[in-house]
Design a protein around this ligand. Structure first.
Ligand code: NAD
Length: 354
């Protein structure tokens, strides 16, 4: 297993170091894992004048999977847009053709009080959002701001999906549902938008190949409401880029802390980039305070989706469950009565639990 490790900026190096400890446990137990590190984001700009240095991209391209920390820092805010850290991230996603973004929202029972929703609404939440990541209105042409004949300005973006783009993300959602509770909810706005009318038709066609999976449809406005009304009704939710962008952040908040949420972005061959859902948190960088669990859980996803090794994935997931049950908490999830640990302390606790 060849892994490109891209720590990035801010808390990136601290949280990735904890994930590497976890990988080293698996390596010591016999898994053949090769790791090589390279700079991205601000670190890429500082070392090579580019937020995605050519050598970093080559390493990621040749690897089976990429583990990323986070990018960004306020000190790069004045750079031209193309040189900003976030640009490196967008480019690597696009250039590796990582079209499927998987964002689980899982609520640990011990953290139910950290959610803004009532515990009885969110406890037991275990939802997977599958978001298309390289198409839709974010990339469709024509786009831009132009001037009309009467002199006023007009902004244009184009919502576009080809059948094959819908089919490949749909298949990923159905394959994931087969490994979970066999329910897919496809989110669209088929009553108003033709693009998503096609989306719905293609989802219905795909469902014929998965007779065991129950397919439902929901308009995006209703889905946004249902996520806060009764989020446990969902197993796998599949949707396009813009709807997924919004709904995945909404779902993330249900679980209380962004420091707990992993993510995966996959290409057609299940090669993936794995990263926490949060950013580089410059406000706490270098203080050994960050929560490394989202990054560690991203490694579990890597074993589940790229390396097809559910045993290693379960081993990491169970270790995280155990440290939470044991009462270890970083500052972001700390409550009275639990034991506050540092970022590296949390990494050590997970290693011990493994
Ligand atoms: P952020 O996610 O970095 O931080 C938001 C808040 O959550 C901060 O208070 C931070 O301290 C806290 N936080 C985040 N992760 C945490 C963790 N693991 N443990 C404990 N607390 C945590 O978002 P932001 O402040 O809006 O952005 C900071 C920088 O990160 C910006 O440069 C932004 O562009 C970048 N960013 C990067 C990514 C990415 O790399 N995928 C995503 C979002 C933002």
């Amino acid at each position: 297993m060849k892994l490109a490790v891209l720590p990035g900026d801010g808390i990136g190096p601290e949280i990735v170091a904890q994930a590497v400890k976890v990988l080293n446990v698996l390596r010591a137990d016999g898994l053949k894992i090769e790791m090589e590190e390279a700079p991205i984001g601000g670190a890429g700009y500082d070392s090579a004048g580019d937020p995605l240095p050519q050598a970093t991209f080559k390493l990621a391209q040749d690897a089976d999977a990429v583990l990323l920390g986070a990018v960004g820092d306020w000190k790069y805010d004045d750079l031209p847009r193309d040189m900003r850290p976030e640009r490196g991230l967008l480019r690597i996603r696009k250039d590796l053709n990582l079209f499927a973004n998987l964002r689980p929202a899982l609520l640990y029972p011990e953290l139910a009080s950290a959610s803004t929703l009532k515990p009885e609404v969110v406890s037991g939440l275990d939802l997977m959002i599958v978001r298309e990541l390289t198409g839709d209105i974010y990339f469709g042409q024509p786009r831009g701001i132009s001037r009309l004949k009467n002199g006023e300005r007009e902004g244009i973006n184009t919502m576009r999906y080809s059948e094959s783009e819908i089919r490949r993300i749909g298949r990923i959602a159905f394959d994931i549902a087969m490994k979970r509770n066999k329910k897919v909810c496809s989110v669209d706005k088929a009553n108003v938008l033709e693009t998503t009318e096609l989306w719905r038709q293609v989802m219905i066609e795909i469902a014929r190949d998965y007779p065991e999976v129950e397919l439902g449809h929901m308009y995006v406005d209703n889905a946004a409401m249902q996520l806060v009304r009764a989020p446990r009704q969902f197993d796998v939710m599949v949707t396009g880029n813009i709807f997924g962008d919004i709904l995945s952040d909404e779902a993330a908040m249900l679980t209380g802390s962004i420091g707990m949420l992993p993510s995966a972005s996959l290409d057609e061959h299940n090669k993936g980039m794995y990263e926490p859902s949060h950013g580089s948190a410059p406000d706490i960088a270098g203080k050994d305070m960050a929560n490394p669990l989202a990054t560690i859980l991203s490694v579990a996803m890597m074993f589940r989706y790229t390396f097809n090794d559910p045993a290693s994935a379960d081993r990491i997931d169970n270790a995280v469950r155990k440290v939470i049950a044991q009462g270890y908490r970083t500052g972001d999830i700390w409550t009275q009565g639990s034991e506050k640990v540092s970022c590296s302390g949390m990494g050590d606790a997970v290693v011990a639990a493994m």
